[in-house]
Design a protein. Structure first.
Length: 258
């Protein structure tokens, strides 16, 4: 028998923002839905381009349009427990996650991409590339995580709780969260991003699908939707997911060139 000696180490400081975030959203009531998206039309459109945007960009773009049609799904719950309020914003801002390495530690950092309900795909691609390629903590969008890394855990929790009070929650967390593990062999996963709705992307794989009595192979995207039951009921959340699937399965609308 092999005996492994116990060991411990200090909690990585670059993940302190995650601890503070999870402490902040502990009152949320997440419920999970999932669906599969036939990406045949999207695959055809991307194959016709020499440098197409990523699937993530197309999902972000479609999600902005969908939430503009379902504004309650982008609402923010604010106020004390004894007097809660649902606040709708005039725009749809998405919190996206970034997989980064800081001092040898793998860290997930988030940043808010504004106005996804009106932004074009090329703008979204450029914005995501800027966030992805910058050194951790060097942009205003990711400076908050760097600050929480420097604070002791109790102070970090207090600082984040203060920052997300009232309208601050929307500024820090966005009005919807989108995250992806599609670069790994993950079929589907469910995450709560501190927003009324969180969208999760799995890995696109070719699957057999029955069409008109015949079986054909199509690219399929596993898509999850986690909703805060305090903000939405299941039927409304299902409508959002169904609309998002339909939007992604339709041929992408061409955008004007530069």
């Amino acid at each position: 028998m092999i005996v492994v000696a116990p060991s411990d180490r200090r909690f990585p400081r670059h993940r302190r923002h995650t601890l503070a975030f999870l402490h902040t959203i502990r009152a949320d009531s997440p419920v999970h839905l999932d669906a599969e998206v036939d990406l045949s039309a999207l695959a055809t459109e991307r194959a016709a381009r020499t440098d197409p945007p990523s699937v993530f960009v197309y999902v972000l773009h479609a999600l902005g349009r969908v939430l503009a049609r379902h504004p309650d799904a982008a609402a923010t719950l604010t106020g004390p427990a004894w007097w809660p309020r649902l606040v709708r914003g005039s725009q749809v801002d998405a919190k996206v996650t970034l997989d980064q390495w800081i001092d040898g530690e793998r860290v997930v950092v988030s940043a808010v991409v504004p106005d996804i309900d009106v932004a074009g795909r090329e703008f979204l691609r450029a914005r995501l590339a800027r966030l992805r390629d910058a050194a951790p903590g060097t942009l205003p969008e990711t400076a908050g995580a760097a600050l929480l890394a420097r604070l002791p855990v109790p102070l970090g929790r207090a600082a984040l709780a203060l920052a997300v009070r009232g309208a601050g929650r929307r500024r820090r967390f966005g009005s919807v969260a989108v995250t992806s593990l599609g670069h790994r062999r993950v079929q589907r996963f469910f995450s709560s991003g501190g927003t009324a709705v969180t969208i999760g992307l799995g890995r696109v794989t070719d699957r057999p699908v029955a069409r008109d009595g015949r079986v054909t192979i199509v690219p399929v995207l596993p898509l999850s939707l986690t909703f805060d039951h305090r903000v939405l009921d299941g039927a409304a959340a299902a409508d959002v997911l169904d609309d998002l699937v339909s939007t992604l399965e339709a041929p992408p609308v061409p955008e004007p060139g530069p």
